[in-house]
Design a protein around this ligand. Structure first.
Ligand SMILES: Cc1cc2nc3c(=O)[nH]c(=O)nc-3n(C[C@H](O)[C@H](O)[C@H](O)COP(=O)(O)O)c2cc1C
Length: 198
């Protein structure tokens, strides 16, 4: 009887230990999430194509409603075009000093129908955050510059890039090599959390 009790206790300790050992509270991914911050100035170093493709792979790894993946990505690395975008979109002026930019777009032909169509915004936002996190982890700097839902910005960017009607630009992400480390903002706010009741 005594032996069985000791055996049960040892089993519980073992199960508890293995269960908690599986949940890691410090990981490289968490470090990236906590330390990512918007970067608006870049070194003159070029971001090579392999790195851009890695960022796009990260973007396309995002979750999306019904796995529709209703996104399209425009890579901009033409200096004249970047200059034009920077001049026209003051909120994305840093693109002029960036090595390249990714424009994350929603493809309404790939999106769900009816009220669910609007899920494209969340899907493309998830892709955007993946790109920002990947950029940070790769030693790059990037910033989300909002386009949609501002109708003037959407129409102006569609016209500038000759985007087809069903393609809606969500944002512009200027990307460059990070010159220096920048302190992330501490956004932890305990009062934003509600356990079981408001
Ligand atoms: C939807 C959205 C739109 C944004 N638009 C701009 C923008 O137009 N220009 C800009 O410089 N930053 C823009 N940002 C970046 C925010 O200013 C930034 O994320 C915020 O200040 C928090 O700082 P952090 O990213 O360093 O944590 C945008 C961010 C989001 C999520």
């Amino acid at each position: 009887m005594r032996f069985r009790n000791i055996f049960t206790i040892l089993c519980c300790i073992f199960v508890g230990f293995t269960a908690s050992a599986q949940v890691k509270l410090e990981t490289p991914a968490l470090e990236t999430i906590y330390n990512r911050t918007s970067i608006r100035s870049y070194s003159s170093e070029k971001v090579e194509k392999d790195a851009i493709l890695t960022l796009l792979r990260a973007g396309m790894s995002a979750p999306s409603a019904v796995n529709k993946q209703p996104w399209a990505f425009m890579v901009i690395d033409d200096r004249d075009l970047m200059e034009k975008i920077g001049n026209e979109f003051k909120n994305a002026g840093m693109i002029k000093k960036a090595s390249c930019a990714i424009i994350v777009c929603g493809d309404l032909k790939l999106a769900l129908e009816g009220v669910a169509q609007e899920f494209w915004v969340q899907d493309c936002s998830a892709a955007t955050e993946n790109i920002l996190l990947a950029a940070h982890s790769m030693g790059l700097g990037a910033v989300w510059c909002g386009v949609y839902p501002n109708p003037e910005r959407v129409e102006a960017l569609k016209a500038l890039l000759s985007l087809p009607e069903h393609i809606v630009p969500l944002n512009i992400i200027p990307i460059g090599v990070r010159e220096k480390e920048q302190e992330p903002k501490d956004k932890w706010k305990e009062d934003r959390i509600h356990w079981n009741k408001w």
